[in-house]
Design a protein around this ligand. Structure first.
Ligand code: ADP
Ligand code: MG
Length: 687
């Protein structure tokens, strides 16, 4: 028997318990050793009753002063405990007669629970308790008590026993050479684990609670390393596959750029060059292009598509929403068809005949560029010679969808090149960790002539003032957005709210031409409203957050965001990015419903202070944590057990270094680490 035996080898693990453990991802004995506590309870000493404060979770002891059953709203047994320094009431709602007679005056007992303030002073509701002979405290727990992550029907006591057994099986293998660890974290693995399962009474509880104890950081380092290794392996596997080399001809791309009504920024040029070099290779490109809202990612994507077309291949451009896909289609079709290129449009809402035609053109290669939503992924879609896949606003898609599209190149027997574009500004270290399977380019410059957006936060009690502001702006020839948001509500409710607001604003502003777009409208109506707004035939566009990504109307220079306090920072930044695209000074009004909570206040302050996407990303990371920032399911990072990307950011550079060294020098150890930390749950397992 070894740490590698199945959990069933442990005493007390039958099929029922094994199944529950499996739900926690615990399959082998070693997994239990690595199942780390969420937090700790201190049962190492009893706290004097006179020094209790609400919210402390503590061990107390004393003698029963008296016990009584009271009948208020609910029948309850109240046990008054004293220890000479103070008193506390233990309150039980469920109790039997044995319990009642045991808890009689004079009985000594020890109880563990959370202190709360009750109607008659401090109390504990349903504490765990134990009758004792004396209250000298000699038998308190020798170590802090771990509280483990668990699942329904699996109690802490059972888990604690099993972990204890697992730890008796011996030391887990050291796969990580000590010299790869930061100097101050050179802990022996076993020592770190043992400390975390059973911290001594004098352990630094505050550090443990904050996840900053060196033993935790030692394990966090190893965990981050395992993730990094798994991504590196995935990347290596992908690199081994073949892709069609798309040589840099450039004539087509040059004609395209020459026809644009503006000159490319240096950043756009640089990134186009990076992509172009990748595409010429015979292994698939996997590149993430990150550029703040309005940095001009679309042109960069189209230039890449043209390189594929020029080499005789097809390119597919996928956007996360119908609206955005439509917009890309309209822009691209205009620009590209002038160059004699056939662009096909595929959305889930096409009529059968149009869809058939589109599918036929993609399958026989007539259509050189396909633009659409995730409808492009569907099995019925076949490409004749797909050479490049571009995914816009990557954060809306999961890794799996991304990989599914990659498979679409099967027609050629090769893998398509992949370009992923995102406006979600991710701090570089985080991006390198979360997207380590991708190369990374940044468009770190906005086109010239943009004026910064002035942002103000106004309580919704002053809504009439805001409405006046729209009247004035429209009077001055400007256009405005009014964004309706309802978080956690169904799309249907959102659309309804937008319709109500639309009606109210249309009534309040009779001289203003008001339009409406939301997700539930017929595509044709939506498109009509959008293009009317673009042409300037509509002054005020009331919309749901469907306009969050990518919509581009340079003359719109005022944006009102309703219920701004309910949105995340990144989303607000995206929305705000819809204005400030032209030469006029733009403003954004964050309308909130007071009172503002602490987090909401910080978010709105951050937005007023800066419009730098990277700074916003950094603040967002601080306020929300990385899981949400990246989209929880998208990266395995949200499932980190010990590490925390925000807290442990300082480790990332060294983790990356260690990953390279380990792959080069000890690939078997690298594989073992991946197995240990990602186990069967290794993401992209199907690749
Ligand atoms: P995003 O990066 O947010 O997707 P877009 O590609 O939608 O940005 O570009 C935003 C706007 O800027 C569009 O109107 C686009 O035509 C314009 N644009 C792009 N590049 C330049 C440039 N180099 N100079 C001026 N305008 C540009
Ligand atoms: Mg865009």
């Amino acid at each position: 028997m070894s740490l590698q035996s199945p959990v069933a080898a442990l005493k007390g693990v039958g099929s029922r318990v094994a199944e529950k453990l499996a739900r926690l991802g615990l399959e082998r004995v070693e997994d239990l050793y690595f199942h780390l506590p969420l937090r700790y309870q201190d049962r190492t000493h009893a706290v004097a009753l006179g020094s209790l404060r609400p919210q402390l979770e503590v061990l107390v002891q004393g003698r029963v002063e008296h016990a009584e059953v009271v009948q208020r709203r609910r029948r309850a047994l109240l046990v008054h405990l004293t220890d000479g320094t103070g008193a506390i009431t233990l309150r039980f709602f469920h109790f039997g007669s044995t319990q009642r007679s045991q808890l009689a005056r004079g009985q000594a007992l020890r109880a563990f629970g959370e202190v709360r303030s009750g109607p008659q002073g401090l109390e504990m509701v349903h504490p765990e308790y134990q009758l004792v002979a004396t209250t000298d405290g000699a038998e308190a727990e020798p170590t802090l008590t771990p509280v483990y992550p668990t699942t329904e029907g699996l109690g802490q006591a059972v888990l604690r026993r099993l972990v204890l057994q697992a730890r008796a099986y011996g030391a887990p293998a050291e796969w990580l050479p000590a010299e790869l660890l930061p100097q101050h974290l050179r802990y022996e693995l076993r020592a770190a684990l043992d400390l975390l399962h059973a911290p001594p009474p004098d352990a630094d509880l505050a550090a443990l609670a904050a996840g900053r104890h060196p033993a935790q950081r030692r394990l966090a380092f190893e965990e981050l390393l395992a993730h990094q290794l798994s991504l590196a392996r995935l990347r290596a596997q992908m690199r081994e596959t073949a892709a069609p080399p798309l040589p840099r001809g450039g004539a087509l791309a040059q004609r395209f750029c020459a026809a644009l009504p503006f000159a490319l920024t240096d950043a756009q040029r640089r990134v186009i060059g990076e992509i172009s070099a990748d595409l010429a290779q015979s292994r698939p490109m996997l590149r993430l292009v990150q550029g703040d809202v309005g940095s001009g990612k679309t042109v960069v994507a189209l230039a890449a598509c043209l390189q594929a077309v020029e080499a005789g291949y097809q390119a597919a451009l996928m956007a996360p929403t119908e609206l955005l896909a439509e917009q890309h289609y309209r822009n691209a079709a205009g620009w590209l068809e002038a160059l004699g290129i056939r662009v096909a449009w595929l959305s889930g809402r096409l009529r059968p005949a149009a869809r058939e035609q589109c599918l036929a053109e993609l399958a026989d290669g007539t259509a050189q560029i396909a633009i659409g939503t995730h409808a492009l992924f569907q099995e019925s879609v076949n490409f004749a010679r797909l050479g490049l896949v571009v995914i816009d606003e990557q954060h809306r898609f999961g890794v799996h969808q991304r990989l599914a599209l990659r498979e679409k190149a099967q027609g050629t027997g090769l893998h398509a090149h992949q370009l992923v574009m995102t406006a979600t500004p991710i701090p570089r270290t985080l991006a390198m960790t979360a997207y380590a399977d991708l190369d990374y380019s940044v468009i770190d410059e906005l086109p010239p002539g943009r004026t910064p957006v002035t942002t103000v936060a106004i309580p919704d009690t002053r809504r009439p003032e805001v409405v006046e502001r729209i009247r004035a702006a429209v009077g001055a020839g400007r256009q405005a957005y009014w964004v309706c948001t309802l978080i956690d509500e169904s799309e249907a409710l959102q659309c309804e709210a937008a319709e109500v607001t639309y009606a109210q604003l249309a009534e309040a502003l009779p001289d203003v031409r008001v339009g409406l777009v939301h997700g539930r409208m017929k595509p044709a109506d939506k498109e009509a409203a959008m293009s009317a707004f673009k042409r300037g035939d509509i002054d005020l566009l009331v919309a749901t957050t469907v306009i969050e990504v990518g919509v581009d109307v340079p003359n719109a220079s005022l944006m009102i965001i309703e219920n701004a306090e309910r949105l995340g920072l990144a989303q607000l930044h995206q929305l705000r990015g819809r204005v400030g695209r032209g030469a006029t000074a733009s403003s954004c009004v964050l309308l909130y419903h007071p009172p503002l909570g602490y987090t909401a206040k910080r978010r709105l302050q951050a937005l007023r202070k800066t419009s730098d996407g990277f700074e916003i990303a950094r603040l967002d990371l601080e306020i929300r944590g990385p899981g949400e920032l990246l989209g929880t399911r998208q990266t395995g990072m949200a499932q980190l057990r010990v590490a925390d990307l925000v807290r442990d950011t300082d480790l990332l550079a060294q983790v990356q270094q260690a990953a390279r060294t380990l792959w080069a020098q000890q690939p078997a150890a690298a594989e073992a680490l991946i197995r240990r930390w990602l186990g069967g749950a290794e993401r992209y397992a199907q690749v």
